[in-house]
Design a protein around this ligand. Sequence first.
Ligand code: 5GP
Length: 115
Amino acid sequence: MSEPSVFTRILNGEIPSEIVAETDNVFAIRDIAPRAPLHLLVIPKTAAYRDVVELAAGDPGLLAEMVSLAKTLAEEHADGDFRLIFNVGEGVGQTVFHVHAHVVAGRFSEGSVGG
Ligand code: 5GP
């Protein structure tokens, strides 16, 4: 068995991070290295999917739940408009292989998100 991901460890309270929203299947935290005024991560509680391609194939309903929570958070924390970014693969900067969406609103700094 592989080591629990950093997000699983946050969910379990082993690494401190405020959980800004939570449903039965999904939770959200602030990115530790924000690239924009609003930069949240929306994460399924399950670590079964390493990226959005696997998630879309394996549980599209769970992907839809992530998008729905992202929209709610963008309305609560910004003006409702947002970018949803999924890094897929190390080559574009994915560092955590537990699928997560970057929810970004407002002007963001140049360069890749995450990584
Ligand atoms: P990726 O590069 O895999 O798409 O995104 C991983 C994101 O997780 C990065 O933007 C990084 O800043 C964030 N991150 C990594 N470790 C932690 C942590 O311990 N706490 C929080 N809140 N974010 C983290």
